[in-house]
Design a protein around this ligand. Structure first.
Ligand SMILES: NC(=O)c1ccc[n+]([C@@H]2O[C@H](COP(=O)([O-])OP(=O)(O)OC[C@H]3O[C@@H](n4cnc5c(N)ncnc54)[C@H](OP(=O)(O)O)[C@@H]3O)[C@@H](O)[C@H]2O)c1
Length: 272
């Protein structure tokens, strides 16, 4: 069974480690490199796993390396591990936002099995969705292992073109913030109609969660579900007419294009 080394023991790594242990992965098959003593101590006592401040010591023990550091430090971290990557040929799974596989390959000093992933923040409560893209060097079993790691924090899907990870970033990576913004607007509007902040917030959050769950469980498209709750001349129809008059479709089209373009720019900057 593969041993997994997490490089960086922050929020995302904690979410994945917690999920892996709950799904039956044994604690002695997980090791973490984390430089902050308090965070290292917490990981060790919360999960019963080995934690070290030394990245090299940690990766030497594992055949799967999960890069879980911030984008600003990944170049330094990966370059230091290049010789070991060449010698060990691990599968390297990156959850680092916006860093292309080409950059990781360059910093690692050559081609090795790599899987780039794009998770989102609901991973922190086990409800994330992660898109994955692998290079040619990654074997079927290495892809399966990467998928298993990301499924510890929610659901997964594969894309067959790395450029599509920019679109994934625009939809699901940045997506939680869009829903937060919509919920904020609904809470404000509910208060304007006389509800308390607490009431408007409770109603909005439960409605968002319920609508998402209904759509996930239903065999129908979201468009069909919308039609089913929209009686002609009714309250929902009155609200949707306003949204359509204000061009809600164009709003999201332009917003997601902006996020997609920005993701592509950031990837180019990271590669430069
Ligand atoms: N959070 C999300 O939902 C989310 C979604 C999509 C993608 N991501 C990506 O996931 C990655 C991790 O995010 P996060 O939220 O888990 O960040 P985080 O909480 O800041 O975790 C990163 C951890 O790595 C440690 N670290 C820093 N330098 C290191 C080094 N040289 N060697 C080993 N460890 C080092 C950090 O320590 P310090 O505290 O000292 O810096 C920190 O504990 C990021 O690249 C982010 O873009 C996150």
């Amino acid at each position: 069974m593969s041993k997994i080394a997490f490089i960086g023991g922050g929020n995302m790594a904690r979410a994945l480690i917690g999920g892996l242990l709950s799904s039956g992965k044994s604690a002695d098959k997980i090791i973490v490199a984390e430089p902050v003593a308090a965070a290292a101590q917490a990981l060790s006592s919360d999960f019963g796993i080995e934690v070290s401040a030394n990245n090299i010591d940690v990766v030497q023990q594992a055949d799967c390396w999960v890069l879980a550091v911030k984008p600003q430090v990944v170049k330094g971290v990966v370059s230091e591990l290049a010789a070991l990557a060449a010698a060990q040929q691990p599968v390297v799974v990156s959850i680092v936002a916006g860093i292309p596989l080409g950059s990781l390959e360059k910093w690692l000093g050559g081609r090795c099995p790599l899987v780039r992933t794009m998770p989102n923040t609901p991973a922190l409560v086990g409800k994330g969705i992660t898109a994955l893209f692998a290079n040619q060097q990654a074997s079927a079993s290495q892809r399966a292992l990467a998928e298993q790691i990301m499924q510890a924090a929610g659901t997964t899907l594969w894309v067959d073109d790395e450029a599509l990870l920019d679109a994934v970033t625009a939809v699901s990576g940045s997506g939680p913030a869009y829903f937060f913004r919509v919920m904020e607007a609904m809470i404000d509007a509910g208060q304007a109609l006389g509800l308390s902040q607490q009431q408007a917030s409770q109603l909005t959050l439960a409605t968002a969660a319920g609508a998402a769950e209904l759509a996930i469980q239903s065999e129908h498209s979201v468009a069909r579900l919308r039609e089913q709750v929209t009686s002609p001349g009714g309250t929902t129809a009155a609200a949707l007419e306003v949204m359509n008059d204000l061009a809600i479709g164009d709003l999201f089209d332009q917003a997601l294009r902006a996020a997609n373009n920005r993701a592509a720019e950031l990837a180019q900057e990271a590669d430069g």
